[in-house]
Design a protein around this ligand. Structure first.
Ligand code: PLP
Length: 446
C-alpha cells in the first residue's frame, strides 16, 4: 500500500522546517507502519455508510440517516437507560442545583453527588471502595502507570486498545511490558515465573468487547495471588449486564448486574476492577473498585483526578438514577435482554452462522471469512435497515473481520424479527455458514 486513502488524508500534516512533506513521511517508519495497518479502516470510514455516519434522528432503538430508517444494533446502552423516562427526568433538578458542569478538577472539590454515587456503587459491587473518573480511557492512561511503577506488566494480547495505550505510558515511565497469549493461563504463569522482582500487574478485559466472552476470572485471580501480582480487569461491557449468582436469579447472567468479580464469585483480594457507566448506564462516568489506601494514592498521583474536568452534572444525575432503577427493576430488564439475545443466538445456530460468542452475553460478532468483503456486507446490512458495528482490521484479527451485533433491552421484537430475516438472507448471499469454525487459523498463526 503506497497511495492509500489514509496517506492522502494525512497530507495536511506539517513537515519539519525546510523538509518537503514526502521526504518527511518516508523517514517516519512508524507512520508508514501505522498507515499500512489502518488503511482498511480508513477506506471503510470514507466510503461505507455504516461508519462515521451523521445520525439525524432516533425513535427508540431506530435511527434515521438521511431518509433511511434502520434498527440499531450498534448501541452499547444494554439496559436501555438512555431512553428510560424516569432517568431522563432525573437530570433537571441536579442541573438547576449545580449548573451544567462544575468544572473543578476532582482534587479541588466535587459535588456531593460523587460521594453518593461512590457509596452506592461500593455497596452494589461489594468492593472495598470505589473512585470515579470521567472515562475508562482516563483511568487506563493514568492508573496503569501508577500501579505498574517500575515493575512488570503482563498484558493479554487481545486486551482493549485503551488498556494497551495505558501500558505504553507505563512503559515510557520505566515499566516492562510482556504480552501473553489471549486468555492463556499457562503462558501467563510461565512469564510470571520468569519475571524479575518488583511490582507485577496483570492487565486484561472482563467481558470482551468483540467476542462477548469472559475470562475464567477465578483462575486468573488465584494465579495473581500466587505470584504476588495485582490483577487489573476492565469490565466495561460486563458491568450492568452480569452479576452475582443467586438461587432466585432471573437468568444465568446472575443478579444485580454487579460485574464480573461478583458474577464469578471472586473477591477483590489482589483484584482491581474497572468499569464504566457509559455503556449499560448510558452516562459519561467510570469507576475503579479498589482498596481505600490505593484510592488515596490515586487522588494525588492520577492526573485526571488532579487536572481533568469532571463528568457533566447530567451524567452524575443519570448514573445515580440508573443505580436506583437497577435496584428496582434491573433484574427484570436483564431477563428481557437475555431472552432477546438468546433468540438471536438460537436462530444463528439454526442457520449455522458462527460467532466467537460462547457466553450468551449480548455481544455477537459474525466473521465474514474474506476481509475484503466487509464493505459489501456492510452496505447490504445498511440497505436492508440493520445498523451494526463493522469490525475491520485492526479492530479485530484478520480472520475475525466481520460485523458486531449488540442487543439492548430497547430493541423491540420487531427489530429482532428484521435482524433475523436479514441474517437469513446474508448467510446464502455471502456464504457465511460456519465461517468462524472453518476458516479461522489457530491462535499461533494470528
Ligand atoms: C473494553 C473497553 N474499555 C474501555 C473502553 C472505553 O471506555 P470509555 O468510553 O469510558 O473511555 C471501551 C469502549 O469501547 C471498551 O470497550
Amino acid at each position: 500500500m503506497t497511495d492509500g486513502l489514509l496517506r492522502h488524508d494525512l497530507e495536511w500534516l506539517p513537515s519539519a522546517p525546510g523538509e518537503p512533506p514526502a521526504r518527511r513521511r518516508q523517514s517516519d517508519a512508524w507512520l508508514e507502519r501505522w498507515l499500512d495497518t489502518c488503511n482498511d479502516l480508513a477506506r471503510l470510514r470514507a466510503t461505507n455508510p455504516m461508519l462515521d455516519a451523521v445520525i439525524d434522528e432516533i425513535d427508540g432503538r431506530r435511527i434515521r440517516i438521511g431518509d433511511h430508517w434502520l434498527s440499531d444494533f450498534a448501541s452499547c446502552n444494554y439496559l436501555g437507560f438512555d431512553l428510560e423516562p424516569e432517568i431522563i427526568a432525573s437530570i433537571i433538578e441536579p442541573v438547576l442545583k449545580w449548573g451544567t458542569h462544575p468544572s473543578w478538577s476532582r482534587l479541588l472539590g466535587s459535588p456531593v453527588l460523587y460521594e453518593q454515587i461512590e457509596s452506592e456503587l461500593t455497596d452494589l459491587l461489594g468492593a472495598p471502595d470505589t473512585l470515579l473518573l470521567p472515562t475508562i480511557t482516563h483511568i487506563h492512561m493514568s492508573v496503569i502507570p501508577v500501579l505498574a511503577g517500575g515493575g512488570t506488566i503482563f498484558l493479554d494480547r487481545r486486551a482493549h486498545k485503551t488498556i494497551y495505550d495505558g501500558t505504553k505510558i507505563a512503559s515510557s515511565n520505566g515499566a516492562r511490558v510482556q504480552r501473553y497469549e489471549h486468555d492463556d493461563l499457562g503462558h501467563l504463569e510461565e512469564l510470571l515465573k520468569a519475571a524479575p522482582g518488583g511490582s507485577r500487574l496483570i492487565c486484561m478485559d472482563g467481558v470482551n468487547s468483540m467476542t462477548g466472552n469472559a475470562p475464567d476470572l477465578h483462575a486468573f485471580a488465584e494465579l495473581a495471588r500466587d505470584h504476588d501480582a495485582l490483577l487489573y480487569v476492565d469490565d466495561a461491557h460486563g458491568f450492568g449486564v452480569i452479576g452475582e449468582r443467586t438461587a432466585d436469579e432471573p437468568c444465568d447472567w446472575g443478579s444485580r448486574g454487579n460485574s464480573i468479580v461478583r458474577h464469578m464469585g471472586e473477591t477483590y483480594d489482589n483484584v482491581i476492577l474497572i468499569g464504566g457507566f457509559s455503556k449499560a448506564y448510558s452516562s459519561l462516568l467510570a469507576f475503579i473498585a479498589l482498596p481505600t489506601r490505593v484510592k488515596n494514592v490515586l487522588k494525588i498521583a492520577a492526573p485526571p483526578y488532579l487536572y481533568s474536568g469532571p463528568s457533566p452534572v447530567a451524567s452524575l444525575a443519570t448514573a445515580m438514577a440508573g443505580l436506583e432503577v437497577n435496584a428496582l427493576r434491573g433484574d427484570e430488564i436483564r431477563a428481557d435482554l437475555h431472552a432477546k439475545t438468546k433468540r438471536v443466538l438460537d436462530r444463528m445456530g439454526e442457520l449455522d452462522l458462527a460467532t466467537p460468542n460462547t457466553s450468551g452475553f449480548p455481544i455477537i460478532e459474525i466473521p465474514v471469512g474474506d476481509p475484503d468483503r466487509i464493505d459489501e456486507v456492510g452496505r447490504f446490512l445498511f440497505d436492508r435497515g440493520i445498523y451494526v458495528t463493522l469490525a475491520a482490521f485492526p479492530l479485530v484479527p484478520r480472520h475475525e473481520v466481520g460485523f458486531r451485533i449488540q442487543v439492548t433491552a430497547a430493541n423491540t421484537d420487531e427489530d429482532i424479527d428484521l435482524l433475523l430475516t436479514v441474517l437469513e438472507e446474508a448467510v446464502d448471499r455471502f456464504d457465511l455458514a460456519g465461517v468462524y469454525g472453518e476458516r479461522a487459523p489457530s491462535a499461533a498463526q494470528v
